[in-house]
Design a binder for this molecule. Structure first.
Ligand SMILES: C[S@@+](CC[C@H](N)C(=O)[O-])C[C@H]1O[C@@H](n2cnc3c(N)ncnc32)[C@H](O)[C@@H]1O
Length: 239
């Protein structure tokens, strides 16, 4: 399994931003540094050894990967009382991605948004999904064999692509080009101070985080409450 030529052309070293030459399953930098593709997934992670919170969270996601989708469906049903699969599809329906675009999805997890994203960009569009957890990417591969989504093992903070390669970016649940959308869990400022709020903030302090600042490089910004006001979604265009 290999990537199409348009994708190979945009792949760069995540450390230096320099081009990589493909040779079989290896992507090789001018000085000989190699990144390897295994079972159709190129691993281009920088730094190679994770530290601090990245390392801790990565360990958790590696273990959680096979159960992630099930876990999310159950917890959402029990604690929020909604159908997360429907909520995800509603989120994607609110984004103005045009059919046929080249979309980068950052942090797909086990691929929970990928059906809806493929529908949105249609068969004419291209999707590349990048995640720091190889086990999550393997779940995407297992679950979405027919979606034609290219998977890359990488760190969103050191993307292994040439700048401005994509027409759109979708990210939900963790990080901050064309068309941009990102979102995460967070209580709305109007959220009532009730038992559910205290329970959810104990289960996941992420609900208490403020929304990150909106970069000045974007315009046409819209902020919406989603997941029944348990999360926000930002859609914007890059100047
Ligand atoms: C909570 S899951 C979100 C998955 C999915 N987007 C969702 O909304 O359910 C977070 C995902 O982000 C990935 N992740 C965390 N830090 C990352 C980073 N620096 N670069 C790429 N992926 C990262 C994790 O491996 C994990 O799969």
């Amino acid at each position: 399994m290999s990537y199409p030529s348009w994708l190979n052309e945009m792949i760069r070293c995540p450390e230096t931003g320099k081009p990589l030459k493909q040779s079989g399953d290896l992507y090789v930098r001018e000085d000989g540094k190699q990144y390897k593709m295994t079972d159709g997934i190129l691993s281009a992670v920088y730094p190679e050894t994770l530290s601090g919170e990245d390392a801790q969270m990565n360990q958790t996601y590696e273990l959680l990967a096979p159960f992630y989708d099930f876990f999310e469906r159950i917890t959402w049903k029990l604690f929020i009382g909604s159908d997360i699969v429907k909520d995800r599809s509603d989120i994607v329906s609110q984004i103005k991605f045009e059919p046929g675009i080249k979309l980068l999805e950052v942090s797909p997890g086990s691929g929970v948004f990928q059906n809806a994203l493929r529908e949105k960009v249609s068969d004419k569009g291209e999707i590349v999904s990048l995640d720091l957890s190889m086990n999550m990417l393997r779940q995407c591969q297992k679950r979405h064999k027919t979606l034609n989504i290219h998977l890359i093992h990488g760190n969103a903070q050191h993307l292994p692509f040439e700048d401005n390669s994509f027409d759109g970016l979708f990210h939900f649940g963790g990080v901050n080009y064309g068309l941009v959308s990102w979102g995460d869990e967070r209580f709305s400022p109007d959220y009532p101070n009730n038992f559910r709020k205290s329970l959810l903030s104990k289960l996941n302090p992420g609900f208490l985080k403020p929304m990150p600042e909106i970069p000045t490089e974007v315009y046409d910004v819209q902020v919406k409450e989603v997941y029944k006001v348990h999360a926000y979604l930002v859609t914007a265009r890059k100047k």
